[in-house]
Design a protein around this ligand. Structure first.
Ligand code: NAP
Length: 304
């Protein structure tokens, strides 16, 4: 029986593990893939207070070690459902069941697909969602990045260090990402901007060889020969499996207040999976702390 079972080993989940262990609680973190969450693919993080510059990978690695050294247990299994049984929570994974007094949902959000035909088929064959993971495979080649947020701007900056040409394809003329990143990117000679443009088709037999782009204002289409397409069009949550315990909003995010409590006593939500206005590394860490402390308070109340 664990005091806290945390679902998701991103920044929110691992911060919750640190706080849970420091409060002397038995903590299990369940992670479907690898620890780190979304930050692992950030080239550089410059907005975490007190750390002027760190790679996303190093940040995640340090946080993982911190949680592990404090005694948090990590297991790599996908949590498939939670059964609420007389106050006790049973977390069911593909392999087994874990019994918990409280559960913290820190499931984050996943890369949103572009929604273009053949996207899934060509993923790993020219289509990628992670420039830091796959960028080195495109050394000296031509690539495109689609999206207008910070991720797209950072990906394009990173890829301009490897690739011959980087096309930034964005569906509007204004970028959502930070002006500072955009200004730096505009200075790079290898980078071209295709604004008011949408990718409408992917071409290539075994691998991606070109994308078809449509100008949104004129409807004109053109073909762009590229070896890689990096999709950076935001994230989407994946919480349907927990909808019985935690109410979801229209977009699938978990409805929980700033105290991270869901509609089910003993079930908390932390980080990007929670419905909220700002999703940043700092807010994920903050949620992890709040959720763990709320879980500890719940345990204390119940034992009183
Ligand atoms: P985002 O800010 O939500 O931006 C997604 C972009 O994709 C938007 O420009 C959007 O266009 C575009 N888009 C969405 N669906 C599309 C579609 N179907 N076709 C074409 N374009 C589409 O996502 P993000 O860049 O991944 O960033 C997520 C969060 O992480 C943000 O809060 C961001 O600030 C943060 N972040 C921070 C850092 C950092 O601080 N270093 C780095 C990376 C990310 P529209 O603009 O037209 O909606």
């Amino acid at each position: 029986m664990y005091d806290l079972v945390i679902i998701g080993a991103g920044t929110a989940g691992m911060t919750a593990a640190v706080y849970g262990r420091r409060a002397g609680r038995e903590v299990l973190v369940l992670e479907e893939k690898v620890y780190g969450g979304q930050i692992i693919s950030a080239v550089e993080v410059e907005n975490y207070p007190g750390i002027p510059k760190v790679s996303g990978y190093d940040f995640a690695e340090q946080l993982f070690k911190q949680a592990q050294n404090l005694g948090a247990e990590f297991r790599y299994e996908r949590a498939e459902k939670i059964i609420d049984q007389e106050g006790e929570k049973i977390v069911v994974t593909g392999r087994q069941e874990y019994h918990a007094r409280t559960v913290i949902l820190a499931t984050g959000a996943k890369n949103r697909p572009l929604g273009v035909e053949r996207e899934e088929e060509l993923t790993g064959k020219g289509v990628s969602y992670c420039a830091t993971c796959d960028g080195a495979f495109y050394r000296g080649k031509d690539v495109a990045v689609v999206g207008g947020g910070n991720t797209a701007l950072e990906d394009a900056t990173f890829l301009s260090g490897y690739c011959r040409r980087v096309y930034v394809i964005h569906r509007r003329a204004e970028f959502r990402g930070e002006a500072r990143l955009l200004e730096a990117l505009k200075k790079k000679e290898k980078v071209d901007f295709l604004l008011n443009c949408q990718v409408i088709a992917l071409e290539g037999e075994d691998r991606l060889s070109a994308v078809v782009v449509r100008q949104t204002d004129t409807e004109e289409t053109s073909r762009l020969e590229v070896d890689g397409l990096f999709i950076a069009v935001g994230q989407a949550p994946d919480n349907q499996a927990f909808a019985d315990q935690a109410a979801l909003d229209a977009y699938g995010y978990i409805e929980a207040g700033e105290d991270c409590r869901t509609k089910t006593p003993g079930v908390f939500a932390a980080g990007d999976c929670r419905a909220k206005g700002v999703r940043q590394l700092t807010t994920a860490a903050a949620d992890g702390a709040v959720a763990a402390l709320a879980a500890c308070a719940y345990l204390t109340e119940r034992s009183a």
